[in-house]
Design a protein around this ligand. Structure first.
Ligand code: URA
Length: 289
């Protein structure tokens, strides 16, 4: 890895290169400041006066739920509704001339139809849907869990403090939502009271994510956090067990890599070295795509 690439990677994670420690340099580089509030907090304050919350206790070196802003990295989520479901209609139907998409025929919608259809769905108490952002033709799809307060306010995924860290992590491996990744969530509406999405919510939004994956046809999905990982892989395994290996997305020629949720990393900076290892693996997989 070139020195520049190493520096970008470390900066992205907010880590300091050991070769540039203060005892070696007058001033060590620091990561850009975070100004947005923590992830999935009840309401978005204008600034975040709190430093990163101390890491929650972990029994197996894995993320544990924090008291006020759960990172959703320890419990089990509803199974991936696609696994037991019949294959998508498009895969089963005989080849026919394309007809205009019906209102609920999600599997035939284009991006704009899908986004417009999502907006007609029950918002489940959220202010607005958070459909996704980024390059729709990118090779890499980032999937988080669900919008938080900031995302609900802006209609854009990962815009809070955790989103800023996610952007820096992506930048470290040459990726950006402006150019070469698409970012979305398992759930498209903010769950009430910042709780984990429940099985009904996951199931309600699942067709939209599936269609996004079909339309995008990425080479790699990066699941950030336990909820995204367990849902996408239809697994009940812990995030600690799921990260570190390349998974195959059920029913598709598609690789899935799992990494920590940036909100968890903000609370548990000690885990950033593992996140860095994940990022390097993601970079290698992208390079080989
Ligand atoms: N956390 C997520 O999982 N998704 C968002 O969009 C924001 C925070």
């Amino acid at each position: 890895m070139t020195p520049d690439a190493r520096k970008r990677l470390l900066d992205g994670l907010g880590l300091v290169d050991w070769r540039m420690r203060p005892d070696r340099l007058a001033a060590a580089p620091t990561a850009p400041a975070d100004h947005a509030p923590a992830l999935r907090e009840p309401a978005p304050p204008a600034t975040d006066p709190q430093p990163d919350v101390a890491p929650a206790a972990s029994s197996a070196g894995e993320p544990a739920a924090a008291a006020t802003a759960p990172d959703h990295d320890t419990q089990t989520v509803a199974p991936n509704p696609s696994v037991d479901a019949p294959a998508p209609a498009a895969a089963q139907a005989p080849a026919e001339p394309a007809a205009p998409a019906q209102a609920s025929d999600v599997s035939r919608m284009d991006w704009d139809e899908l986004e417009a259809w999502l907006a007609t769905r029950d918002h489940r108490g959220a202010s607005r849907p958070v459909f996704g952002i980024g390059a729709r033709d990118a090779d890499v799809l980032i999937v988080g869990e669900a919008p938080g307060a900031n995302e609900d306010a802006q209609g854009v995924p990962f815009v809070g403090r955790a989103g800023k860290l996610l952007d820096r992590m992506l930048f470290a491996i040459g990726c950006s939502r402006d150019t070469n990744v698409y970012i979305t969530n398992i759930c498209k509406f903010r769950p009430p009271n910042n709780r984990d999405p429940n099985a009904d919510e996951v199931a309600a939004d699942w067709p939209v994510l599936e269609r996004q994956i079909e339309l995008m046809d990425p080479k790699l999905v990066v699941a950030v956090g336990r909820v995204a990982a367990q849902t996408l892989l239809d697994s009940t395994q812990s995030l600690g067990k799921l990260r570190g290996t390349l998974h195959r997305y059920p029913r598709r020629e598609l690789d899935v890599l799992v990494t920590y949720h940036p909100a968890f990393l903000l609370r548990s900076p000690g885990q950033k070295a593992k996140a860095w290892a994940d990022l390097k693996q993601i970079a290698r997989r992208i390079a080989s795509a």
